[in-house]
Each structure stands twice: as structure tokens, then as C-alpha cells.
Design a protein around this ligand. Structure first.
Ligand code: RI2
Length: 316
């Protein structure tokens, strides 16, 4: 499939979920590089830059996307010829995809240790990292019960209940607004993340922050399952994560909206949960307090503030 078509699938959410988007983008860059037939390495790099820009323009919030693109694109930097650059990109993309899959498995193993036999777990949206924790605990023979939210407006909860059902996990399906009614029955909340900022705030599917508030009030543990490539280096510079606002017809039928000229429909796809409402972030490097996000960005992603200082000139 051509890179433009893959970008279209990410935009329309046929391909969705922060980890899957990142792996799909890495594979798209690899195939885009392989398809190049010219011999001029400078033209090749321009061609790749255009492809990367197309992928980056698809959805603005999940930081896994720019992190994956940067990882793959950096690989070509030292290459002197087109075949060298193509090979470097292929290797980097395959490495990213493999490590991403391993990261999810590690998160499952570590997250499952937070789940005890007999626990009731609540999850929101459809996160492969969060589901890895739940399904690993289930495979270990722990007796679990899950509450899964519907996730208006795109109903990703349907994907979650299908996966849980097929694995044989006892599951309750609830509308998003029922979370507070059930939170006292829940031992543990586990969600995924689209981005984690340098101060440990978690950006995830709209509704996550309300769930975190309800969990906080009920003294229910709030875990976030997130691979390290969801941590956002540029938030060190004070850059904010852009919250995607999607088209209004996902929320209200345009024919109905047309009869309501004084009503503006809003459709933010994500919200921000402050670090103080998150007990731990389960990464493939271990379960960490959210306040350690800076350490992940500096030591694991290799983006210390020194990197930025090298690239910026201060005024005399
Ligand atoms: P994994 C999803 O976004 C959800 O917000 C989910 O929690 C997050 O990505 C992480 O998903 P969307 O693409 O990477 O449904 O854990 O908007 O699968």
C-alpha cells in the first residue's frame, strides 16, 4: 500500500491506537524507502522527508507517531548512497516494530503483577498496552472481572469487550457516564496513553481524566500502561501536546445539527490527566511514578535538555 493511502487510514482511524499507529508509520516509511528507484541520495532524503511529513500530519496527539518517525528517519543520516540509506531505514523500521511489540509484552508482564486474584479492573477505550496487563493476568489464572466503557463517540469500547469476551474474561460494558456509579466496586483502573509529558501528565482518550478523578476520590489505584515511545520529548521545551478535535458528525447527526443554529458541537478526542491522579505508569522499563517521566525522556529516549541547547542560539 502506498504511503499516502496508509496516511489516509490513520487519519480516518481505520488504523488506530497509539502503538499501532507508530508501527504502521514505521512500516510505511520502510516500504516508501524501498520503493524509491533513483540514485541521488539528496533527492532520496527529500522524498523521505515529504513522506514523513505526510504521516506526521495525520493525527496530532499520539506522540508515538513523531517518536517512531524520528527513530526511522534518523537512521539514514550517515548514509552516502541510496541503497545504504534504504538499508538503514529498513533496519530501523524493523527494529522499532519488533521493540514495540516486545514493549507491549513487557508491559503486560509488569502490569499483571499489579492485578491480584479476584480483582475488578476498569479500563477505558481500546488500548493494547492496558489490555496486555489484563489479559496477561487472566492467562496467569487470576480470576478477574472487568468494567469496560463504551467510549463515545467512536465506541472503541466495542473492540475492548470483543477482545475480553474472546479471551473468556468476565466483562461489564457500561456507558462512559456510569464510571462513578461503579468505581467503588473497582480495585484498579488501567488505561493506555497517547502521550506522557515531561511533568508526568497523561494524555489519553477523552474521559480518562474524569475516570482518574473518580478513582482518586474513591481511593482506587490508577495505572497507566504506556511504552516509553509515548513520552513526549518536546514538552521539555514547554511545547504542549495538541489535543485533536475531530469532526462534529462523530457526535451529532449533521441533519439534526442543521436544525440547531445556536449549538456548537465540540469533539475533543483526548484529555489531560495531571500526574497527581496517576499512581504509576507501567512502561517496558518498569513501573514508575509519573514524576519520573523526565528521566525516561532524558535517559531512555536520549533527549536531555543539552540536545536542545545545541540547536538553539540565545540572544547576546
Ligand atoms: P495503545 C488510543 O487512541 C486510545 O486513546 C488509547 O488509550 C491509546 O490510543 C493508546 O493505545 P485512538 O487512536 O497504544 O483510539 O495502548 O484515538 O493501543
Amino acid at each position: 500500500m502506498l504511503l499516502n493511502e496508509i496516511a489516509g487510514e490513520i487519519r480516518s482511524m481505520e488504523v488506530r491506537g497509539a502503538g499501532r499507529i507508530a508501527r504502521t508509520a514505521a512500516a510505511a516509511l520502510r516500504d516508501h524507502a524501498t520503493a524509491y528507484e533513483g540514485a541521488d541520495v539528496h533527492l532520496f532524503k527529500e522524498y523521505m522527508d515529504e513522506g514523513a511529513a505526510t504521516l506526521l500530519a495525520t493525527r496530532p496527539t499520539a506522540v508515538s507517531l513523531p517518536n517512531a518517525v524520528r527513530f526511522v528517519m534518523n537512521a539514514k543520516e550517515g548514509a552516502g548512497t541510496v541503497p545504504e540509506a534504504q538499508e538503514a531505514i529498513r533496519k530501523a523500521a524493523d527494529l522499532f516494530i519488533l521493540s514495540s511489540k516486545h514493549a507491549v509484552e513487557w508491559i503486560g508482564e509488569i502490569g499483571a503483577r499489579h492485578i491480584s486474584d479476584g480483582d475488578v479492573v476498569l479500563t477505558h477505550c481500546n488500548s493494547e498496552a492496558a489490555l496486555a496487563c489484563i489479559l496477561t493476568a487472566h492467562r496467569q489464572g487470576k480470576d478477574l472481572e472487568v468494567f469496560a466503557t463504551e467510549v463515545r463517540p467512536r465506541n472503541q469500547g466495542l473492540l475492548t469487550i470483543r477482545a475480553l469476551n474472546d479471551a473468556g474474561v468476565k466483562t461489564n460494558y457500561i456507558v462512559d457516564s456510569a464510571v462513578r456509579s461503579f468505581i467503588n466496586d473497582v480495585d484498579l483502573v488501567v488505561t493506555g496513553a497517547d502521550a506522557v509529558t515531561a511533568n508526568g501528565a497523561v494524555v489519553n482518550k477523552i474521559g480518562t481524566s474524569q475516570i482518574a478523578l473518580a478513582a482518586h476520590e474513591a481511593r482506587t489505584t490508577m495505572l497507566v500502561a504506556a511504552e516509553t515511545y509515548k513520552f513526549a520529548p518536546r514538552t521539555l521545551l514547554g511545547e504542549r501536546i495538541e489535543i485533536e478535535e475531530r469532526q462534529t458528525d462523530e457526535v451529532l447527526d449533521p441533519a439534526v445539527a442543521a436544525t440547531l443554529p445556536n449549538v456548537r458541537v465540540r469533539n475533543p478526542a483526548f484529555d489531560v490527566t495531571p500526574a497527581r491522579y496517576v499512581d504509576e505508569i507501567v512502561t517496558e522499563m518498569g513501573a514508575i511514578p509519573p514524576t519520573m517521566a523526565y528521566v525516561i525522556i532524558r535517559d531512555h529516549l536520549g533527549w536531555g535538555i543539552e540536545e536542545f541547547h545545541k540547536n538553539f542560539e540565545l540572544d547576546e
